[in-house]
Design a protein around this ligand. Sequence first.
Ligand code: NDP
Length: 310
Amino acid sequence: MTATVLFAARPEAWESYRDPLRRALAEAGVDARVVTDAAPETVDYIVYAPNGPVRDFSAFTRLRAVLNLWAGVEDVVGNPTLKAPLARMVDGGLTQGMVEYVTGHVLRHHLGMDRYIGRTAPHWDRAIPPLASDRHVGVLGLGELGAAAARALARLGFRVAGWARRAHDIEGVETTSGAAGLERVLARSEILVLLLPLTRETEGILNAERMALMPRGAVVINPGRGALIDDDALVAALRSGRIGHATLDVFRVEPLPPDHPFWNNPRVTVTPHVASETRPETAARVIAENIRRAEAGEPLLHLVDRAAGY
Ligand code: NDP
C-alpha cells in the first residue's frame, strides 16, 4: 500500500524539498506519496520541522515515525503527544557546513585576523601567531558535528581535547567525559567550541564557575544552542577579560532581540544561526532511506534517545 508522508515544515521549505524528496523516495524504491496536507489518521510518516505546523501528534493514529529535518530536537523530544519513534537529521551537507564554520572561526581567532581586517590607516604591527600545534582547542560534544569538527581541527594541527557523555576514540583528539573531564578540557581551552545538544543536563553548562576555569582571554565559539551558555555570566566574563571574545551563532531567543547586550559588545560576534543548514538534496536521501527501512521493518537510522533528550 502506498505510504503517506506528510511534509510538516514551513511552506518555503516545501519548495526546496518537494522535488528532492520525491526523487529520493523513487530512487530508494519506496512506494510513497509526499503531501503537505492530509487527514491525520491517514499519515504514516511526518517529515518534521519544529517550527512547522504540527504541535500535537495525537490525531496521527497510524504514525510510524517522525523524521526531523533538523539535527537539534529540543523542541520536539519532550512532546508527550508523540508516541512514534523520532529520528533526527544527520546529513553530510549539514556536517560539512558545520566543519567549515567551526574551522573558519577557530582560524580567525587563532591567527588574530581581527588585527588587520577593516584597517585602512597605515599600521605595520607584526604579531606572529603561534602555530596550531601550540594552540589548545576544546570541543564540547563529540557527536556527528562535534567529532567532525574536532577531527578537522586536529588535521590542521591544533591540540584538540573533546568532551562527551560517553567515551570516544577520535584520531588526533584527546577525549574525555564526566565532570572532572569537563574541567580539564575547560582549563586548557584557549578556544572552546560548543557542539552539545540542548538538554536538561546541558542547559547553562557554560556558567560563571566554568568560565572561571578557562585560560584568561579564551575565545568561546557557540554554534550549538544558545541556552548552553549563561548569557549574563558571559557578558560579565567578557567585561572582566576572562573571556576575550565570543562568536555566537545561536541564542536563547532568535532572532536575537535588538536590545540584547551581545549586539553592541565589540567582543561578541553574532552570526544569525547560519553555522550550518540541512541540505535538501542530501537530507532527502536520509529521509527516504529511513522510510525504506521502516517499510522493510528494519531499524531506523539516527533514532533519538527520548530519555537522554538527544
Ligand atoms: P549528536 O547527538 O550527534 O551529538 C551530541 C554530542 O553531545 C554527543 O557527543 C553527546 O555525547 C554529547 N552530549 C550530550 N549530552 C551530554 C552531556 N550531558 N554531557 C556531555 N556530553 C553530552 O548531535 P550533533 O553533533 O548532530 O549536533 C549537535 C548540536 O548542534 C545539535 O543538537 C544542535 O543543537 C546544534 N546544531 C546547530 C546548527 C547551527 O546551524 N547552529 C546546525 C545543526 C546542529 P555522546 O557522544 O557520549 O552521546
